[in-house]
Each structure stands twice: as C-alpha cells, then as structure tokens.
Design a protein around this ligand. Structure first.
Ligand SMILES: Cc1ncc(COP(=O)(O)O)c(C=O)c1O
Length: 351
C-alpha cells in the first residue's frame, strides 16, 4: 500500500468526531451520566427526546448500530413465523447477516427494483392471502431511504404516503431504514418529519454523515419504544453510562447538518460529473445525495484500476465491475479536486 495520505471515500462511516464533539465530551462530567439500563442517563434521555421530536414520533431509543436498530424494529413490528417484504438490494437483505430469519424467525420476500423505490402495484402481488391456512401472514414492509446500493436514491414523501396507505390497508407495519434520512431531507430541502410521518418505525444513524463515532436511533410510538428497549437488552445493547456516546449525538443534531450534508451532495455531483464527462467506458448515475456508483465496461481492468487508485491515494469501495465513492464531512473541496485529478489520470491510463 502507498505511503501517500489516503483520501477515504469508501463510506460516510469513516468519519471521525468533529472538534465540537470533542469539546462537548471534554465538558461532560459525572453529573451528566447515569445508568441508562435504569433509564437514568440524563444525556441519553436528552438525545432520545431530541431525536423523537425531530422524527415527529412519540419516543426514541439510542441503539449501538444501524444493524441493531433495524433488527430491533423488525422484532417489534412482527412475530416469528410471519413474512416481511424488503427490496432485494436493501441493507437488511444483503448486509445484516440474515438476522430477520435467524433471530426474527421471519421469512423474507424480496422484490427487485431498478431504484430501490417500491411500486405499490407490484407489492400488492406479493401479499400472502390472509385466509389461506397454508401461508404465513405478510406483516411488514421495510424500505431504505436514502438507498445505499442504489446510489443514495431518495424515496420522496409522495411515494412514502402511497406506501403507508398500502401497509395500513393490509394491516402491515411500515419500517424505514433511514440510516441516511438526513441526506434525503437535505436533497429535497424538506423537514425530516416529511420522511418519517408515514412510518410506524424509523431507524437512523448518527455514525454516518452526522460524524458520530458510534450510535443509531430508533423512533416510533411509546409502545414501540417500550418493546424496543426490551429487545435492545435481549440483543446485548443495554449500555450503562452511554452519555459519553449520546453527547456527540446531541452535538450532531444541534449543529448545522443541513449545510454539511448539502456540501457533501455538491461534492458527489462534482465527482460524478467529472467521471461522466471524461470517460465514455464508465457508466455513472448522477447522485441525488452523497453516494456515487459507477460501473465499467466488461473488458475494463477493474482490479488494476482500483489498485492504481489506491497507490495514488484514492480509496473507494471496490466491488469488481463497479466502484462506490461516498462523500462525507471528512472531505474538503481540495480533497475532491485531488480525487478528480487522480480518477481522470488513472482512467486515461487504463481505458
Ligand atoms: C442503509 C443502511 N442501513 C443500515 C446500515 C447499518 O448500519 P451499521 O453499520 O451502524 O450497523 C447501513 C450501514 O452502512 C446502511 O448503509
């Protein structure tokens, strides 16, 4: 590996705490902490109240990760033996170790979509007949907003309203994997609640574009969160003086995240445009938020390209025929310009 400094665009999970977060952590003392399993950590309680308000839900809960938050939500919204509908390339489908089946006892019915946005007509064909004794009940739809593998695609509030109507009509719950829900809100310049009002439960991450080192939140009704608290304990996620984590979440929600994420989105568009303009053998979709997926023609030497990019100091997520780049708070405009320069010189060398 090169000795050059690496510009890391694999994910927005590589972000580190901001100076404000470090300062807030330094200002914390024992009077701000308590045992959160007893509900006694004032900093955690403040973060949960703040998160619930922002999501326009009755209550919220700090969880250790997005994966844990999604699983807790699935467990609260369903019973073992039921079936859930998810998109084929969603995080729950691909990257959560099959926990819906292993831990939730659920069968999972995936649907295909070119964008990750479900089509209500197609969903209707996937429901199990409720009165057929042979079949499980379909009790939950989970969607992802923004959609990670579909290049940060935003599901718009109008679509969400249709989906909520569908789930209500069929006695199902609607869960949103909103790991990057703030990116959706910034992309459409809307309040976050426009993207959460329709859902029974929402998970969002503090540890991605919001720069926190740890933590995600789930939000929903009082009843949902009471169950979620129990499932969190069952999964080993009951933390004690978790205020040391929560304080950074509070700073993240207080600071001007709209401005930061909007900058990340501008950076992503700059990168995508540069890739598109210079290189005909690469196909790239213009990003709506902070994730750029691009793919090469089949004959392209993708491994050599990736290795050379790393040698020159640009680290993306290498997936063979396609690469992913994600912009985030850790990248300056100069970094983006440097990345464009390195991408173009490397593509010229190989394509
Ligand atoms: C859409 C989405 N959901 C859930 C997660 C899981 O979050 P965590 O890594 O905190 O478990 C991720 C992580 O990248 C994600 O992109």
């Amino acid at each position: 590996m090169s000795k050059r400094p690496i510009i890391d665009l694999r994910s927005d999970t590589v972000t580190k705490p901001t100076p404000d977060m470090w300062q807030a952590l330094k200002n914390l003392d024992n009077s701000h902490l308590g045992d959160d399993v007893y509900g006694e950590d004032p900093t955690v309680n403040e973060l949960e109240a703040r998160a619930a308000k922002l999501m326009n839900k009755e209550a919220a809960l700090l969880v250790t990760s997005g994966t844990q938050g999604n699983l807790i939500s699935l467990l609260c919204n369903t019973h073992p033996g039921e079936e859930i509908i998810i998109e084929e390339k969603s995080h729950i489908s691909l990257y959560e170790v099959g926990s819906a089946a292993r831990i939730g006892g659920l069968t999972v019915k995936p649907f295909k979509s070119p964008t990750g946005v479900p089509d209500v007509n197609e969903l209707s064909t996937m429901l199990r007949p409720r009165d057929d004794v042979h079949q499980p009940w379909t009790t939950m739809l989970a969607i992802e907003n923004t959609h990670n593998t579909h290049g940060g695609k935003v599901i718009k509030p109008q679509e969400l309203e249709k989906l909520a109507k569908f789930t209500k009509n069929h006695n199902m719950k609607l869960h949103i994997d909103g790991a990057r829900i703030f990116n959706a809100a910034v992309a459409l310049d809307s309040p976050v609640s426009r993207f959460t009002d329709q859902a029974d439960s929402i998970m969002f991450c503090l540890s991605k574009g919001m720069a926190c080192p740890v933590g995600s939140m789930v939000a929903g009704s009082h009843e949902f969160i009471a169950h979620a608290r129990k499932f969190r304990k069952m999964l080993g996620g009951g933390m004690r003086q978790a205020g040391v984590i929560a304080i950074m979440g509070l700073i993240a929600l207080e600071h001007d995240w709209r401005k930061q994420l909007a900058t990340d989105h501008v950076h992503a568009k700059l990168l995508a445009k540069a890739i598109q303009e210079e290189n005909e053998q690469i196909s790239v979709t213009m990003p709506e938020t902070n994730i750029i997926n691009f793919s090469f023609s089949e004959s392209a030497p993708t491994e050599e390209i990736h290795n050379t990019l790393v040698e020159k100091g640009v680290l993306g997520l290498y997936k063979g025929y396609y690469q992913r780049l994600v912009t985030h708070v850790g990248l300056s405009r100069e970094d983006i310009e440097k990345v464009i320069e390195i991408l173009n010189s490397t593509f010229k060398e190989y394509l």
